[in-house]
Design a protein around this ligand. Structure first.
Ligand code: DGI
Ligand code: FE
Ligand code: FE
Ligand code: FE
Length: 189
């Protein structure tokens, strides 16, 4: 089994100190959410510790991965490069870390945007990344409150708030962000 220390030694050289501290807080937050809502602790640990692995890779390198890999959606290239580190990170980790559980790969790939059919791991990583204690933005307290009770409602709120924020900044929004919002909204009805 992979220990936290082994994961730390692996990711640390790839991240800034702030991003490394964020990574550890995301992992701890994800464990708390898993105790509340379910999910295998091992998978949570690996997904949390590796989720921002590719965050500081050059855009050109990430772009080449998207162009060259059959499993990465090409339409990412039409959207913000901030969306690339999740999906590309999975490919880089496959090469530079080794095999990962499918559910861990999926959670890392969709941690920035969400997706249409989010697994427990997808939801927990997405939400932990949003509410970890170092985050401070309008709405984070409400997201934390919702995360005490209802995983779907908390994710839905995070997606809603993210979409509104991006629209207020005249940013484009990746379709998976809407797909995630729509499927969780539908479940509320
Ligand atoms: O890598 P982190 O900073 O820990 O967090 P993240 O991977 O969730 O990235 C957060 C950023 O991604 C935040 O500035 C909002 C932005 N984002 C999320 N969904 C979309 C998006 N940006 C665009 N342009 N489109 C999206 O759909
Ligand atoms: Fe990220
Ligand atoms: Fe996020
Ligand atoms: Fe993150």
């Amino acid at each position: 089994d992979t220990s936290r220390e082994e994961l730390k030694r692996f990711v640390r050289p790839h991240l800034t100190e702030e991003r490394f501290d964020h990574t550890v807080r995301v992992t701890d937050t994800a464990h708390e959410l898993a105790e509340r809502f379910g999910g295998d602790a091992r998978n949570i640990e690996v997904a949390g510790m590796l989720h921002d692995y590719a965050k500081y890779r050059p855009e050109e390198e990430m772009c080449r991965w998207i162009e060259g890999s059959v499993d990465l959606p090409k339409d990412l290239l039409n959207y913000s490069p901030v969306l690339w580190h999740g999906p590309v990170g999975v490919k880089m980790l496959e090469k530079e870390w080794g095999p990962l559980d499918r559910s861990v790969q999926a959670a890392i790939a969709s941690h920035t945007t969400g997706n249409a059919i989010m697994s427990i791991y997808d939801k927990i990583l997405f939400l932990a990344d949003y509410i970890e204690p170092g985050r401070d933005f309008p709405g984070v307290e409400k997201a934390r409150r919702l995360s005490e009770e209802d995983l779907d409602k908390a994710c839905l709120y995070a997606l809603d708030n993210t979409i509104r924020f991006l629209m207020s900044k005249n940013q484009t929004i990746y379709p998976d962000t809407f797909h995630a919002y729509n499927s969780l909204q539908k479940k509320q009805e």
